[in-house]
Design a protein around this ligand. Sequence first.
Ligand SMILES: Nc1ncnc2c1ncn2[C@@H]1O[C@H](COP(=O)(O)OP(=O)(O)OP(=O)(O)O)[C@@H](O)[C@H]1O
Length: 235
Amino acid sequence: MALLEVENLRAGYGSVPVLHGVSLSVDEGSNAVLLGLNGAGKSTTLMALAGLLPTTGGEIRYDGKPLTGTTGARVRAGIVLVPEGRHVFPALTVRQNLRLGAWTIRRDTRTVRGHLNEIYSIFPRLEERADQLAGTLSGGEQQMLAIGRGLMSSPRLLLIDEASLGLSPKLTEQVFAAVQLINERGVTVLMVEQNAGVLAQADTAFVMQQGRITMAGSGSETLEDDAVRAAYFGT
Ligand SMILES: Nc1ncnc2c1ncn2[C@@H]1O[C@H](COP(=O)(O)OP(=O)(O)OP(=O)(O)O)[C@@H](O)[C@H]1O
């Protein structure tokens, strides 16, 4: 059963169109990837889904109903975006950054503490550094914190924009493994990536080029595709 259905979506900046009729579908409980090179329109797609960018055509359906409304309303409905570039608050501690992630929901202290413990079980490094200022964390730790902050509002659909950006292969592997664990704990995931290594763990993959979906299939099928191998692995 699809949790998210996007049909013929169009969006852009001012009079410049970027998405030229994007269609994709993400099943409840699945781990989906939107793969594309620089400038393909991946972030634009996520921003439209999160309500940060107006759409100019097409439809987004979430949980069987047309999705409209503000970003805040979408967060309350369970759609949470972890933006590209992390955007942690450098002068606040790790714990304070995480607590801020719960503000839209304003849960009671006990629930917030429960969420914190859940996040620490996924990212033990964040617990070790709970009192450290976020600005002093490494890039990989900041990415973990940005994902953890997104988890504080109990998402049903987690949208993650280029978690691997600027990370070493080893850290990228750790972040991808954490996202897989989050998915296994029941959160539906749509990751935007230009690192095709992520396909190995994806149930579904969509390849995007110049604002259009050019291929859709399972993660393993996409990983084996000749055009994908040539574009992303140079083989
Ligand atoms: N704020 C903006 N104003 C105008 N054009 C923009 C803006 N943001 C993105 N674009 C343009 O939209 C197109 C798609 O950009 P987008 O960021 O969605 O791509 P992407 O696939 O996420 O790539 P990247 O990995 O580089 O972020 C690009 O041509 C980009 O220059």
